[in-house]
Design a protein around this ligand. Structure first.
Ligand SMILES: Cc1cc2nc3c(=O)[nH]c(=O)nc-3n(C[C@H](O)[C@H](O)[C@H](O)COP(=O)(O)O)c2cc1C
Length: 459
């Protein structure tokens, strides 16, 4: 029998593709109630986690943001998910809460402090999506910094995660937090220590001032499937987000699992989640109609702006009848969505635009009745060896159709659990039975052996 699906729900604190449809609610993005309603529905439906994608980018073409992006709401505007997450933590008890923080923007002590604090506030339900960052050309301009080259960004990311792990795992011994009012001991000084990090990109000597939350290190996710992205995932990630056509997904997942095994990690310990778009209706015709309505909201200019955001490349200036120049693969912005359109049988520029107009970065959608989409999606999981889906919002900008139509079908087939216990996100997704990183994870090496807290002298 098939394994239960791992299910995450994808959002960004921004406009969603089909915002022009009257029933789309993503224009409510700056209303807290919008998020609260949505996360509660996801929790009640039994989703494993709610994910906020994030970046500081937006499309940049030539010398700035194109009118199309501003007018058409393409990867623009966006709010800051870390400002929304605590409110979602307050109204939920079981669902995981995951967000992106870019290793190009936030320094490791900032990531470590925010995530450790959120781990407490969520009772161990927080996850960090490690990315070097989409929209890097825009983000570099905004921060007034030169654009760091693609592969160098991944070297920085590696050093960043290494230092963050030291801060989470190495500063506080288990049991060092005492809060003993009678003895006047808040924390045991012998159990709290400075870490020293002298890496190729970051230097640090200090203590993370936040004692460990239930997971200590937040559950680690990764997105960005270029070759160095996969190497980063295989080293550190406990879950990976992927989006591509089925043969490419199969190859990427096999590659990540193979690299994980080479690193001495359990290849199945990395949960591979496919970004899945579900157009679902009571009947196949309903679903096809919804899809057509959604696709019609996007122009080819919107598609070009969206492609520019992910890759830094302006398709509108290229010959529509030719494939991408192989040199495009050297773009210093994101590479995942360039590499997937190169090689034998490469599509033309026009076909890439049409693909982005229809499906954006997400690969082919699942379209049909609940039975049809679950059959098809299950076949993709079997074919690719993936563990589940990161579900894209539907044409309403919410997950209502997935929750109302797909979840009952999954439940009928035993592909989602009936009742969900309150656990940490790591336990829920990895099934490891421990809230902490697996012993073979590189972060575990920074842990100090547990020593019983000493009584202060004279007590
Ligand atoms: C489902 C999914 C979610 C993603 N979420 C983010 C995100 O929140 N922020 C981000 O900068 N990149 C995100 N990415 C990755 C970017 O699309 C992009 O590939 C990456 O940032 C650039 O790295 P690359 O050169 O390895 O592609 C996501 C990718 C997928 C498939």
């Amino acid at each position: 029998m098939a394994e239960p699906w791992k299910i995450g729900m994808f959002q960004c604190a921004g406009l969603m593709g089909a915002w022009k449809l009257p029933e789309n609610r993503s224009t409510e993005l700056f209303e807290l109630d919008h998020w609260i309603r949505m996360v509660r529905r996801c929790e009640d439906a039994g989703a494993d986690f709610f994910f906020f994608a994030d970046d500081y980018g937006y499309p940049v073409v030539g010398d700035g943001i194109p009118d199309t992006a501003v007018r058409g709401g393409v990867q623009f505007p966006k709010g800051d998910p870390t400002m929304i997450l605590p409110a979602l933590a307050a109204v939920t008890e079981r669902i995981g809460l995951v967000t992106t923080l870019s290793t190009q923007v936030e320094l490791p002590p900032m990531v470590a402090r925010k995530m450790a604090t959120l781990d407490h506030m969520t009772n161990g339900r927080v996850g960090w999506n490690i990315v070097t960052g989409a929209g890097q050309n825009a983000s570099a301009r905004l921060f007034g910094r030169p654009l760091t080259e693609h592969d160098a960004r991944y070297e920085i990311a590696d050093d960043h995660v290494d230092l963050s792990l030291k801060l989470w795992e190495g500063c506080w011994d288990e049991g060092a937090l005492r809060v003993d009012r009678d003895a006047g001991v808040y924390a045991d000084p012998d159990g709290v220590r400075e870490i020293v990090h002298d890496g190729p990109h970051f230097r640090s000597r200090g203590v993370l001032a936040v004692p460990p939350g239930p997971q200590r290190t937040p559950m680690l996710f990764q997105a960005g499937a270029s070759v160095p992205g996969r190497a980063l995932a295989a080293k550190y990630a406990e879950a990976v987000f992927l989006a591509a056509e089925v043969p490419a997904l199969k190859e990427q997942i096999a590659d990540i699992r193979r690299r994980a095994a080479e690193n001495g990690r359990d290849p199945r310990g990395i949960k591979c989640l496919i970004a899945g778009t579900f157009y679902v209706g009571e009947t196949n015709e309903d679903a096809q109609r919804i899809r057509a309505r959604q696709v019609a909201t996007k122009t080819l200019d919107d598609a070009a702006a969206s492609y520019a955001f992910f890759t830094g490349l302006d398709l509108s200036k290229m010959d529509p009848d030719k494939p991408l120049d192989p040199e495009a693969g050297l773009t210093q912005t994101g590479r995942t969505n360039v590499e997937r359109f190169l090689g034998p049988n490469a599509p033309t520029v026009r076909e890439i635009l049409e693909e982005f107009q229809a499906n954006s970065v997400m690969g082919a959608p699942y379209v049909g009745s609940p039975v049809e989409v679950v059959d098809e999606a299950q076949a993709v999981l079997d074919e690719t060896d993936a563990d589940g889906f990161l579900v894209q919002p539907d044409h309403t900008g919410t997950f209502d159709s997935f929750i109302d139509l797909v979840m009952p079908e999954l439940r009928r087939r035993g592909l989602v659990a009936d009742a969900v216990e309150r656990t940490t996100l790591r336990e829920r997704l990895t099934g490891s039975g421990s809230p902490h990183l697996a012993p073979e994870h590189p972060g575990a090496a920074y842990r100090r052996t547990t020593e019983p807290a000493r009584e202060p002298a004279g007590v």
